[in-house]
Unconditional design. Sequence first.
Length: 117
Amino acid sequence: MTILDVQAGERDGFAHVVLRGELDLSTVPKVDEVLRRIEESRPPLIVLDLSGLSFLDSTGLRLVVTADQRARDGQRRLAVVRGSESVQRVFSITRLDEHLEMVDDVSAVDSAGTPEG
C-alpha cells in the first residue's frame, strides 16, 4: 500500500498537484521533488490539492509554506485546496490559513488572477 499518492498535470492553464494519503516526514521529499520539477517550467499558478490527505504533520506544513514562498519569490501563485478537517486544523492552529491562498476546491481558483468567491 502506498502511503502517499501524488498526481501532477496541467489543467486549464495551471499546474495541478493532487495529494492522497499522508504527508509527513517520510513522504515530503517525494512531493518536494514533484513541486520543484513543476516549478522549473515556471507556471504562473500551481494548485496544490490537499482534499485527499488524511494526515499532515509539521514537515508537510513546512513543505506547503516553503512552496508558497518560492512561488511568491518568483512572482507566481500557489493556491491550496483545503484538506480534511484534521488537515485544516493544522493550518488553523498555526494561523497559516490566513496567509496562504486557500480555496474549497479546484474550481474555485481563477487561473488569471485571484480566487473566485
